[in-house]
Design a protein around this ligand. Structure first.
Ligand code: AMP
Length: 177
C-alpha cells in the first residue's frame, strides 16, 4: 500500500450511526483539514486520467465538488456540477432515481456537456452506486459519453462498481474498504 493510501486511511474518520442507525459514515473532513494531503489527493486523482481523453469532469453535490473541481483544473477541462433538483439556476436536464427509502432527483445544466464529449464523473465515495449512475444518466441524456468514474473512497461490499460499470468500466478509487 502506498504512503498516500496509508495516510488517507489513517485520517478518514468513521462516524457510527450517521446519518441513520447502522450506517458507518466515512468522514473526509480530516483530509480536508490537511492542505498538503489535499494537494496529494488531487494530484493522485488527476494522474489516473491524464492519459485518457477527458473533455470535462462532473462533481456530484456536494463533496464531489471538492476534488472534482481540482481535477478539472489540473486536467485543463471544464468542471460541471451535478446537483440535487432545484439548485441549478439555468435550464436543466433532470434524472430521478430510487434510494433505499424513497427517491431523489439530480440535475445538470442543459449546456454543460457538449455532444460527444467524454466526461469523468467524480464523487467522494462510491457506496451502492445509485448517485454515480444518476450522474451517468445525465451525461448520456446530454449527448455525452461517460469516460469513467473517480472516487476518493470505494465501499466494495456495497457493489456500486457493478452498477456503474454498465456505463463505463474505467473506475478509479484511491481507497478501498
Ligand atoms: P451511493 O449512491 O449509495 O453510491 O452513495 C454515494 C453518495 O452518498 C456519495 O455522494 C457519498 O458522499 C454518500 N455516502 C453514501 N454512503 C456513505 C458513507 N458510508 N460515508 C460517507 N458518505 C456516504
Amino acid at each position: 500500500m502506498s504512503d498516500l493510501v496509508n495516510h488517507i486511511r489513517q485520517v478518514i474518520r468513521d462516524v457510527n450511526d450517521f446519518p441513520k442507525p447502522g450506517i458507518v459514515f466515512k468522514d473526509i473532513t480530516p483530509v480536508l483539514a490537511d492542505p498538503d494531503l489535499c494537494v496529494s489527493v488531487a494530484h493522485e486523482l488527476k494522474e489516473y486520467w491524464i492519459h485518457h481523453e477527458v473533455d470535462g469532469v462532473i462533481g456530484i453535490e456536494s463533496r464531489g465538488f471538492i476534488f472534482g473541481m481540482q481535477m478539472a483544473q489540473q486536467l485543463g477541462v471544464p468542471f460541471i456540477p451535478v446537483r440535487k433538483a432545484g439548485k441549478l439556476p439555468y435550464r436543466t436536464i433532470r434524472h430521478a432515481y430510487e434510494l433505499e427509502y424513497g427517491s431523489a432527483e439530480m440535475e445538470i445544466h442543459i449546456d454543460a456537456v457538449a455532444e460527444g464529449h467524454n466526461i469523468v464523473i467524480h464523487d467522494d465515495l462510491l457506496a451502492t452506486g445509485g448517485t454515480a449512475v444518476a450522474a451517468a444518466e445525465l451525461v448520456e441524456k446530454s449527448g455525452g459519453h461517460v469516460a469513467g468514474f473517480s472516487f476518493l473512497v470505494e465501499l466494495e461490499s456495497l457493489n456500486g462498481r457493478l452498477k456503474v460499470q454498465n456505463y463505463c468500466g474505467n473506475i478509479h478509487s484511491i481507497i478501498h474498504y
